[in-house]
Design a protein around this ligand. Structure first.
Ligand code: FAD
Length: 388
C-alpha cells in the first residue's frame, strides 16, 4: 500500500491533523494508524479535559484561543447535534508571596493576548469565593470567561465521526518500524507484517512519540510520565467553583455532582513511566492531596474519595512544550508531540497548523514556528512555566 500521508496515532492530535488536511483541500491518500482503537490508554481519553488561557507564553495562549473559538461554534463546524459539554467555569491560579512575580508576568502576557483574566488579591478572592481559605495566598488569577472543561471522549468522537466522510483509511495496527533512505522516511512497518509506503509520515503517537521518532532514527525528548486523577464526593456543592490550582500544584474542579483532583506527583524522582502502568497511586491522595484540599477549602475536611485513574503525560523533558513541524533534515517526517499536559486543548489548533504547512507550505492561522524541532536539535529550551 502507498499513502501520501501516514499518521501514526489516531487519538485527538492524529484525528485533528487528518480532519484539517481535508478541510484545507488535501486530496491525496491518508492512513490514520492506531493500535488501540478503543483509546483505553490514550492520554486523550484519560485527561482532565480542561482548557485555559492562563499560559506563560503567547504562543500557547493563541493555540488555546483557536480551540476556544472552535468550541463556541461547534455546531457550525460539526453539525447541529455536536456537543462536548463545554462548561466555562474558569481557572483560578493561586500564588503566595514567592509565586507572585510569575503570576503577574503571566497575567500581563495573557491580557496582551486579549484573555479575560483578572488578577485579584486574597481579600477580593475570598469575597468572590467565600468557601476559599486565603491562608498563605497573596493573589490569584481568575479566568472570567474562555476557560473551563469538557468531555474529552465526546470531542475525540466528533473528529473521528467527521473523518468517516472524508475518505481516510483507518488502519488498526501497531507501528513497529519506520524505514528511511538518507534524508527521507519511505515507509512504515506494521505488526501484522504489512508495510505502508509513505510520502509523509506524521508522528502523533502521544506519550509514545519518543519511541516512534527513534524508529526513524530521530531523537525526540518525549516520554510517558504517569499522572494520577482522583474523584471525590463532598456534601457541599459549589456551583461557581473554577478549576482551582493551589500554589502546591494540586488542582481541583467540579465534575457534575462530584469533584476531580490531582497534581500531587513530586518533581523529585519524576521520570519515565512504565508504558503499561496505569495503576493509580492512592497514597498520593491520602498523604498529599487531602491535607492541601482541607486547608484551601475548609469544607473539604470531610470528603469521600470514590474512584481514581492514571494516565500518561506526553512529557517533553527539554521544556514542557509541544514540538510541531518537520524535522529540519528529514523533511517528510512531521512532529506533533510533547504537549506535556495541555495537548487536548491544543490539538485542533495544531491540526489546523500542520495541515496548512503540508498543504500550503506555511502557517496561515496559528504560527507554530516557535515550536519547531530546531530548538530540540540545539538543546534550546522554549519553556512554558504554567505546567499543571
Ligand atoms: C491525567 C492527564 C490529564 C490531562 N489533562 C489535560 C487537560 O486538562 N487539558 C489538556 O489540554 N490536556 C490534558 N492532558 C494532556 C492531553 O491529554 C494530551 O496532551 C493529548 O491528549 C495528546 O493527544 P495525542 O493524540 O497526541 O496522544 P494520545 O491521546 O496518547 O494518542 C496517541 C495515540 O497514538 C497511538 N500510538 C502510539 N504509538 C503507536 C504505534 N507505535 N502504532 C500505532 N499507534 C500508536 C496510541 O495508541 C494513542 O491512541 C492530560 C493528560 C493526562 C494524562
Amino acid at each position: 500500500m502507498r499513502y501520501d500521508v501516514v499518521i501514526i496515532g489516531g487519538a485527538i492530535v492524529g484525528s485533528s491533523i487528518a480532519y484539517y488536511l481535508r478541510e484545507e483541500g488535501f486530496s491525496g491518500t491518508i492512513a490514520l494508524v492506531e493500535r488501540d482503537p478503543q483509546f483505553a490508554h490514550a492520554a486523550t481519553t484519560l485527561s482532565c479535559a480542561s482548557i485555559r488561557q492562563q499560559f506563560s507564553i503567547p504562543e500557547n495562549i493563541r493555540l488555546s484561543q483557536f480551540t476556544l473559538k472552535l468550541f463556541r461554534r461547534l455546531t457550525e463546524e460539526f453539525g447541529a447535534d455536536a456537543d462536548i459539554g463545554f462548561r466555562e467555569g474558569g481557572y483560578l491560579i493561586l500564588a503566595g508571596e514567592n509565586g507572585l512575580p510569575i503570576l503577574k508576568a503571566n497575567h500581563e502576557a495573557q491580557i496582551a493576548e486579549g484573555a479575560d483574566i483578572v488578577l485579584e488579591d486574597a481579600d477580593a478572592l475570598v469575597r468572590r469565593f467565600p468557601w476559599l481559605s486565603a491562608e498563605g495566598i497573596t493573589a490569584g488569577a481568575y479566568g472570567r470567561s474562555g476557560e473551563g472543561w469538557f468531555d474529552a471522549h465526546a470531542m475525540l468522537m466528533l473528529f473521528r465521526k467527521a473523518l468517516r466522510e472524508k475518505n481516510i483509511d483507518f488502519v488498526t495496527a501497531d507501528v513497529t518500524g519506520i524505514e528511511r533512505q538518507g534524508d527521507r522516511v519511505t515507509s512504515v512497518n506494521l505488526d501484522n507484517g504489512e508495510r505502508l509506503e509513505a510520502g509523509i509520515v506524521v508522528n502523533a503517537a502521544g506519550p509514545n512519540a519518543g519511541k516512534v521518532s527513534a524508529m526513524a532514527g530521530l531523537v525526540l525528548p518525549v516520554e510517558p510520565r504517569k499522572r494520577n486523577v482522583f474523584i471525590f464526593e463532598a456534601r457541599e456543592k459549589y456551583a461557581d467553583m473554577p478549576l482551582l490550582v493551589d500554589p502546591s500544584g494540586i488542582y481541583v474542579r467540579p465534575e457534575g455532582s462530584v469533584y476531580i483532583t490531582g497534581g500531587a506527583e513530586p518533581q523529585e524522582g519524576d521520570g519515565p513511566a512504565d508504558p503499561g502502568d496505569f495503576e493509580p497511586d492512592w497514597p498520593l491522595f491520602e498523604e498529599v492531596i487531602w491535607p492541601v484540599l482541607a486547608t484551601r477549602i475548609p469544607a473539604f475536611e470531610a470528603i469521600k474519595p470514590t474512584r481514581a485513574w492514571a494516565g500518561h503525560y506526553d512529557y517533553n523533558t527539554l521544556d514542557q512544550n509541544a514540538v510541531i513541524g518537520p524535522h529540519p533534515q528529514v523533511r517528510n517526517f512531521f512532529f506533533a508531540n510533547g504537549f506535556s499536559g495541555h495537548g487536548l486543548q491544543q490539538a485542533p489548533a495544531v491540526g489546523k497548523a500542520l495541515a496548512e504547512l503540508i498543504v500550503h507550505g506555511g502557517y496561515r492561522t496559528v504560527d507554530c514556528a516557535a515550536f519547531g524541532y530546531t530548538r530540540v536539535a540545539e538543546g534550546r529550551a522554549f519553556r512554558e512555566l504554567n505546567v499543571i
